[in-house]
Design a protein around this ligand. Structure first.
Ligand SMILES: [Zn+2]
Length: 294
């Protein structure tokens, strides 16, 4: 199967897919979506972004592989294998080679990764940070520095032993082993990795949620994690997902990102959009319009 990829100037981007969660009820994903938004946008939503018969949407679980002239970088690491996720059945005890096979098919082995960047520390963004080896969670990318924001780490770190609501397990098996191996690098609200890659605060979905800005040859791509989950949030930018922690801040960050993409022609590269996964943005009154593709 041909892999999906594109370029931002001389930076090569490849999609590394883990799986597609099909037919997620749109009312579950976007609980505060106004009633009139879907009918007004059905012409471009159906069928790839919404099945009008079931009102289901496909959620892509994917990482973005970024190859610059300096570094090989992985953005977000999906759900991972063998993780105990009783609270989240779609991620529970997965045993699939698809994600690693796709990485390998892109010509990259785990040892080749220089940086892993987690936009935030949710279940579907940290899974392949670690893998199970002889009963022990070890970093999957032994030569990488793992980047995430200090604010996100402080928020995700369990305050005490506490009852395990599912979040604690994610921290223990997918974040802590990286820290204990000395591979974690916590960054502030603005961090330049080099002259092409920067990490910037984009809070709201989680307190320390961040985006990655890639720039080359006058082109810019914004890897925006879960600031948006679905293209409907472009037409309705004040609509949050069920998982957004700070409703007001999430809306403000989403509008800031979409406005910058619209006004400067940047490519939007979110974490979960269905194929073609990326797109351009234009303004449409007080909201925005999505133009899928490169
Ligand atoms: Zn996510």
């Amino acid at each position: 199967m041909a892999m999906f990829g594109f370029a931002i100037g001389d930076i090569a981007i490849t999609q590394i897919e883990e799986f597609v969660d099909p037919g997620v009820p749109v009312q579950f994903l976007l609980p505060d979506l106004p009633d009139d938004v879907i009918p007004a946008n059905l012409d471009w939503l159906a069928p790839r972004f919404l099945d009008p018969a079931t009102m289901g949407v496909d959620i892509t679980m994917q990482s973005w592989l970024i190859r610059t002239r300096h570094h090989t970088i992985l953005v977000d690491t999906c759900g991972g294998n063998h993780k105990p996720r009783e609270h989240f059945p779609v991620f529970h005890q997965r045993r699939s080679s698809a994600w690693l096979d796709n990485l390998c098919a892109a010509g990259v082995s785990p040892e080749d990764i220089d940086y892993v960047f987690c936009t935030h520390l949710h279940i579907d963004h940290v899974g392949w940070n670690t893998r199970l080896e002889n009963g022990v969670w070890v970093p999957t990318f032994p030569n990488a520095r793992y980047l995430w924001s200090q604010a996100e780490y402080d928020h995700a770190r369990p305050a005490g032993d506490g009852a395990d609501d599912g979040e604690h397990a994610i921290f223990v098996d997918s974040v802590l082993p990286v820290v204990e191996a000395g591979l974690a690098q916590m960054v502030g609200p603005s961090f330049d990795l080099d002259d092409q890659i920067a990490i910037e605060a984009a809070p709201g979905h989680t307190p320390g949620h961040s985006l990655l800005r890639a720039r080359s040859g006058g082109q810019v791509g914004l890897f925006t994690g879960d600031a948006l989950h679905h293209p409907l949030q472009i037409a309705a930018p004040d609509c949050n997902s069920f998982a957004c922690a700070d409703a007001h801040q999430a809306r403000a960050t989403r509008r800031r990102i979409l406005g910058e993409c619209a006004d400067h022609g940047h490519l939007l590269v979110p974490a979960h959009f269905a194929a073609p996964h990326v797109g351009r943005i234009t303004r449409a009154g007080d909201a925005f319009r999505f133009h899928p593709g490169i």
